[in-house]
Write a protein that binds this ligand. Structure first.
Ligand code: FES
Length: 120
């Protein structure tokens, strides 16, 4: 979904130039778990999909709701407020009522640390 008014989901921010920040302990995220974390100004949702960790913004693009309070259905997160749905791996919005895709973050696991890449 690319409608005017939505921030550009530019892949260039994924260049390996941002800061990797530890946001959680890997053992806290069991298979199928979602964990909301705050890093500075950013609210991030972490997801364990079959043992692989993914991260998106935790704030729905429709209104203010935390996706970490929502429901995972395979690799789709459903917003708890109006049931908007996003693909966790890509951030792609899957239709109304959500107006925009959601930001995703690169993730890596270093030892027991889950790290996300911010900025860059
Ligand atoms: Fe998420 Fe409305 S706040 S769908």
């Amino acid at each position: 979904m690319t409608e005017s008014g939505c921030p550009k989901m530019d892949a260039s921010h994924m260049a390996d130039s941002g800061n990797w920040v530890t946001v959680a302990a890997r053992p806290k995220l069991g298979d199928g778990d979602i964990l909301g974390v705050s890093v500075g100004e950013e609210q991030i949702a972490l997801y364990n999909l079959g043992g692989e960790i993914f991260a998106t913004s935790n704030i729905c693009t429709h209104a203010f709701a935390l996706l970490s309070d929502g429901w995972l259905d395979g690799d789709v997160i459903e917003c708890p407020l109006h049931a908007g749905r996003f693909e966790v791996k890509t951030g792609k919005g899957l239709g109304p009522p959500i107006p925009c895709d959601i930001k995703t973050y690169p993730v890596r696991v270093v030892g027991d640390d889950v790290q996300v890449q911010l900025g860059g």
